[in-house]
Design a protein around this ligand. Structure first.
Ligand SMILES: Cc1ncc(C[n+]2csc(CCOP(=O)(O)OP(=O)(O)O)c2C)c(N)n1
Length: 260
């Protein structure tokens, strides 16, 4: 039959042909896939440098056919800063978890954002320290189980979750800050657009662009993988509302270039 075997959907060119190692229902593979699609779309494979810190996202080196660097825990924005300043023609982007970015690496992201470094940060917020077994993260919800607060997080013991996007949006340096979520296909598409816009902001030479992606970690949440998306929508979005927190006019103008 004519056209019967036409390829309509495939793996991004920039991604390795290998099976995923992520746990069932994990969101990290989806985020990586979206980044891969955008790298292909923008034709930046030769310039892209993936700077991952520590946590499950660090395994990006196994999936992307781009240059990469692993920083110490939380230090990816500092390493990406150095790369961009020394080799401005390169395209460094970081891929960081919430333990990484909002705990041990809080200083690095705050100061990179305040300096308006011309880098892109993809922040996978799964409300837990995934790689080490689900301990409390700065983004763990009040009442939420973690391996280090097995009765649920309490304000008395651990304080309140940190909203990084809102905090960083108070700074003058960033050009674009948004929070998206992977809880259903429509939102996955919005996440892809946000990543593309953030990458385009760097290509246009604008200050730090930042995409927070709410991401599932069913194994550590102790929620069944098939229920984890809904769990995230019901529990995480009220604490971490979706939307743009900063978009300077120069980034607004780039939106028409982003695919529908
Ligand atoms: C300096 C340092 N301290 C602690 C650790 C242990 N460690 C490895 S991964 C991790 C937490 C990662 O959690 P997160 O950043 O939320 O990423 P996820 O695994 O959930 O994607 C920690 C504390 C380390 N590797 N290095």
């Amino acid at each position: 039959m004519d056209g019967f075997e036409d390829m309509i959907f495939g793996r991004p060119e920039v991604m390795e042909d290998r099976p995923t190692h992520f746990c069932p229902g994990c969101g990290h593979g989806i985020t990586q896939r979206l980044i891969g699609e955008v790298i292909d779309e923008l034709g930046i494979q030769e310039r892209a440098v993936c700077v991952a810190s520590i946590g499950c996202t660090v395994t990006a080196y196994a999936y992307f056919k781009v240059d990469g660097l692993e920083s110490a825990h939380g230090r990816a924005p500092a390493v990406a800063t150095a790369i961009k300043r020394v080799r401005p023609e390169l395209f460094p982007f970081t891929l960081q978890g919430d333990g990484d970015l909002a705990s041990i690496g809080t200083a690095e992201i705050v100061h990179a954002a305040a300096r308006g470094e011309k880098i892109t940060v993809i922040f996978a917020n799964n409300a837990t320290y995934g790689m080490t077994g689900g301990q409390l993260a700065p983004t763990t919800l009040i009442g939420m189980y973690s391996a280090s607060t097995t009765g649920g997080r309490t304000v008395e013991q651990s304080g309140y979750p940190i909203r990084m996007s809102e905090m960083l949006a108070t700074l003058d340096g960033p050009s674009y800050i948004t929070r998206v979520s992977l809880h259903n296909p429509a939102n996955v598409r919005k996440a892809r657009k946000a990543i593309e816009l953030a990458f385009r902001a760097q290509l246009a030479g604008l200050g730090l662009s930042f995409v927070e992606v709410l991401s599932m970690c069913p194994i550590n949440w102790k929620v069944e993988p098939v229920k984890a998306r809904q769990w995230m929508a019901d529990n995480m979005i009220p604490q971490f509302p979706l939307g743009e927190f900063k978009c300077i006019p120069e980034v607004e103008a780039l939106k028409k270039a982003v695919k529908g």
